[in-house]
Write a protein that binds this ligand. Sequence first.
Ligand SMILES: Cc1ncc(COP(=O)(O)O)c(C=O)c1O
Length: 455
Amino acid sequence: MSFDPLLGLIGQTPLVKLSRLDTGPCELFVKLENQNPGGSIKDRIALTMIEAAEREGKLKPGGTIVEATAGNTGLGLAQVAVRKGYKLKLVVPDKMSLEKILNLKALGVEVLITRSDVGKGHPLYYQDYALRVAQETPGAFYIDQFNNPANPAAHEHGTGPEIWQQMGHDVDAVVVGVGSSGTLTGLSRFFRRAAPNVEFVLADPAGSVLADYVETGKFGQAGSWRVEGIGEDFIPPLADFDSVRHAYRIPDEESIGMARQLLDEEGILAGSSSGCLVAAALRYCRAQTTPKRVVTFICDSGNKYLSKQFNEGWLIDQGLLQLPQRGNLTDLITRRHDKGATITVRPDESLADAYARMRRHDISSLPVVEGEATVVGLIDEWDLLLAVHDEPENFRQPVSNAMSHELETVAPDDDAEKLLAIFKAGRVAIVVEGGRFLGLITQSDLINHWRHRLR
Ligand SMILES: Cc1ncc(COP(=O)(O)O)c(C=O)c1O
């Protein structure tokens, strides 16, 4: 326990019983780790690992901490490093959410982004890369959560006793996800002493090798999954699976859908890994024939994933959400105008407004819409550039002066071949039905459509 007032807020998180989801004969409790000051379960290990390194003389005042992290450990370390005056360098795989990366940068962290499609042993694999950075940085300490005994110790001496006390010494099962395995190993150690009959249940994203390993002692080729922070393509060295009695493989769709349901039904804004844990916990609860008291975690907040799991456009792009299909060209529209999802501009708005909207949404062309749904033009970066080149005051002119009137419209029932001719000419297709704008189809929408046919 730290005497720093902010760091003293780490741990002692609330535990609440879920009341609206169908838990079969069981009671399901969630420990709200998103309430830690850095926003996740990883605050706990950030503090114990840094304080252990200080005690052991491995980290000197003003020193540099290096870590390979999927994000949350980094946020926890950043929080502790700021309070204690350390520099922090983090190696982060590129599948991590932009919000997490921006959050780290805001905390003054040096973020080194690396590939997430390479495995252990590759020089760009995030852990090998971090080790190299630590070796090359004078006075650096490599936190190495995957091999650091202070990681499980945080849960053995903190999280475990808290759960035991909050549950009134009455727990039947604990459902965990495994990243570094600190949570599983620490809690297993605590409960083996305090209540050896407590069953551990593994919530594993489908594609991870851990569930196979738990069930058969063997593991095959890892697949890929989008849930962040849990699931592995190797067996973490600290992992202690002896208390694990069941393992559930949870597909991304189910984890993300459960995070959505947690928000809709229980009012808890959680990340997709918590969705994975709760999905596995519910499968376990519903499979029981006698009442059991089950605990799992809300590991971090969903506010870190607003542009991903809570963003319909991202879900559709990733093939995780399918809008009702009509069997015509409207199925190719990613952002439907009639659902309020398109970004448009009015003809009387200024070019400066149009440009600001393009930048804000990271798009290079906007349909120009009059009234509710009448497309009167299209404006792209080239049109804008032609209008303002050498004459920046033209940014004040209305969009109607610069927009293109040559529109390629298609009807929902047109032949898909028509799209190819439009794209070949470097244009986008505007879908109009009965005079009303329905949305755009771009080349990448069509590519995405075919990509999702490959399973
Ligand atoms: C986002 C996130 N990170 C990490 C973990 C657990 O990780 P570890 O095995 O490293 O203790 C969880 C747990 O479910 C998690 O949701």
